[in-house]
Design a protein around this ligand. Structure first.
Ligand SMILES: *Cc1c(COP(=O)(O)O)cnc(C)c1O
Length: 350
């Protein structure tokens, strides 16, 4: 099956080999307090910093999911007020989770055709969904940087779940970044990375909120020795380490993804009756394409694709019935893209 689902998505083709290796080398059963684990954890974090251009003084944590990160931000970093900029389902979910945990969460909706408008606010944490997987929009590094500059006392927290490891992110432009590994990292679901600036670490220590197993203060203590507060997904850490060793640096991956995205954009323009959900080219995501057409077309297209061995992403949330989504993630190969484009041309432009 060729998998264009924007998460869980296609995994790197070497994953079965690495899973096998992990089993035979007994990695799957190593103790998470052992020297062996610490060495692997340390190496994985170093690889992440080099490969993704994460500043040396940022701290990387292994957590269970992006959803968990929404809660960690709310429980460990928001002093009293958060503002959530969103234009789609994931950004709204982040607000909803936060709203259950703190009394002063505020949402600011913007349209899918608009850029997030930068303003100075009274929030102490500002939440941005950098790549909105539900509708295929993205917030640029420049805007994130401007939000930080206009809100110097606040922490800026960024959900980059469907873009991290696919496009180059400017980590110094914000304080908290997170992503789960079943999207651009090309790995099986079950782990996420939480990345914090020194300013975020300092906030967590000053607030000293310590009533959860995943309170950031505990996580910081453990990560000083490259460990976690719980038994982590050791297999996922191993797979991450192995695939990072194979991967090109993010600038190279970014170029590949951007080129493929231009190709996909013009390809979509050539499909009869199909248009990009987002008309404004400047706010389109390059890792998740969202294409709109008539609802009955979406249904028959997905069915035909399945028969042809191609999995196309469903629409999501309010765009469920009249859109389909195509992941432009690094683990997908050129051959798979060509095969799928020729299938789409056959079915749609017949
Ligand atoms: C997939 C996704 C999530 C949820 O990830 P989990 O690992 O299931 O928690 C959150 N935010 C965005 C933008 C996503 O694409």
């Amino acid at each position: 099956m060729i998998n264009f689902y924007p998460g869980p998505s296609k995994v790197y083709e070497k994953v079965p080999q690495y899973v096998n290796e992990a089993y035979h080398n007994n990695i799957v059963s190593i103790n998470h307090r052992s020297e062996e684990f610490v060495e692997m954890s340390k190496q994985t974090i170093e690889l992440l910093k080099v490969n993704l251009n994460i500043p040396e003084n940022f701290t990387i944590f292994f957590v269970a999911s992006a959803t968990e990160c929404w809660e960690i931000v709310a429980q460990s970093l928001i002093i009293s007020k958060s503002i959530h900029y969103y234009n789609g389902a994931f950004g709204e979910k982040w607000f909803n989770y936060t709203n259950k945990l703190i009394t002063n969460a505020e949402k600011r909706h913007f349209s899918i055709e608009e850029k997030l408008s930068v303003e100075s606010t009274n929030a102490d944490v500002i939440c941005i969904t950098q790549n909105e997987t539900s509708n295929g929009t993205a917030v640029t590094n420049e805007i994130i940087s401007q939000v930080s500059q206009s809100n110097e006392d606040a922490l800026v927290a960024v959900d980059a779940t469907s873009s991290m490891a696919g496009v180059a992110l400017n980590f110094i432009a914000a304080d908290v970044w997170f992503a789960s590994i079943q999207k651009c990292f090309g790995l099986p679901a079950g782990m996420a990375l939480l990345i914090c600036s020194p300013k975020a670490i300092n906030r967590a220590i000053v607030l000293d909120r310590n009533n959860h197993y995943n309170s950031l203060v505990f996580m910081i203590q453990k990560m000083k020795i490259f460990q976690t507060t719980y038994t982590p997904n050791v297999l996922a850490i191993y797979l991450l380490m192995k695939t990072l060793q194979d991967r090109d640096a993010i600038d190279v991956v970014h170029k590949l993804i951007t080129n493929r995205f231009s190709n996909w954009m013009s390809f979509v323009d050539s499909l009869n009756g199909c248009t990009h959900l987002v008309k404004n080219v400047n706010v389109r995501s390059s890792t998740v394409l969202t294409i709109t057409t008539e609802a009955h077309m979406v249904t028959s297209l997905k069915e035909n694709a399945k028969i042809a061995g191609i999995l196309i992403g469903n629409g999501y949330g309010e765009w469920e019935s009249n859109t389909f989504r195509i992941a432009n993630f690094p683990a997908i190969t050129e051959v798979e893209i060509r095969k799928s484009q020729s299938f789409l041309l056959d079915v749609i432009n017949k």
